[in-house]
Design a protein around this ligand. Structure first.
Ligand code: DQA
Length: 149
């Protein structure tokens, strides 16, 4: 049997509050519950996920560096998306493909959310599908056949 693809899922600031935080924007499901469902999907498609969440920018930089050898990274950097050049440089420094995800459609919200300084160095961006943004990213990275994008 083919080796499992290792996908690291990294969430940034305030995403630990999912479920309770602005449910009109981000839904009612907790991060723990989303992660549990992602682990199930990963098992079905021949992948295994590692789940990380940090509120601090430096911790996110370290997490991306540590994921350099993974088969893929799914990253919701929260508000850092819009201005963190340190996180952008970390993404550019690693070989692993990084998919930027957002629960909300950042382009339909305040103007400061329309800019992502991370997107140009990411493999792709998925935004606006609620928790499904993570599931779409996992399927995109692993593919139906376990082949990486
Ligand atoms: C977010 C969008 C960001 O603008 C915001 O700061 C977040 C969550 C999203 O998932 O929709 O914290 O990344």
């Amino acid at each position: 049997m083919a080796e499992k693809q290792r996908i690291v899922i990294v969430n940034g600031p305030n995403l630990n509050l999912l479920g309770a935080r602005e449910p009109n924007q981000y839904g009612h499901e907790s991060l723990e519950s989303i992660n549990r469902r992602l682990a199930e999907l990963a098992g079905e498609i021949g992948a295994e996920c590692e789940f990380l969440q940090f509120n601090g920018e430096g911790d996110l930089v370290a997490a991306i560096q540590a994921a350099a050898g993974a088969d893929g990274v799914i990253l919701n950097a929260g508000a850092y998306t819009h201005y963190s050049f340190a996180i952008r440089d970390a993404i550019a420094a690693v070989a692993a493909p990084v998919v930027e995800v957002h629960l909300s459609n950042v382009h339909s919200r305040e103007e400061f959310r329309h800019t992502s300084v991370l997107a140009p160095v990411c493999r792709g961006v998925i935004a606006g599908f609620g928790a499904d943004s993570y599931f779409l990213a996992l399927r995109a990275l692993v593919g139906a056949s376990g082949r990486l994008i």
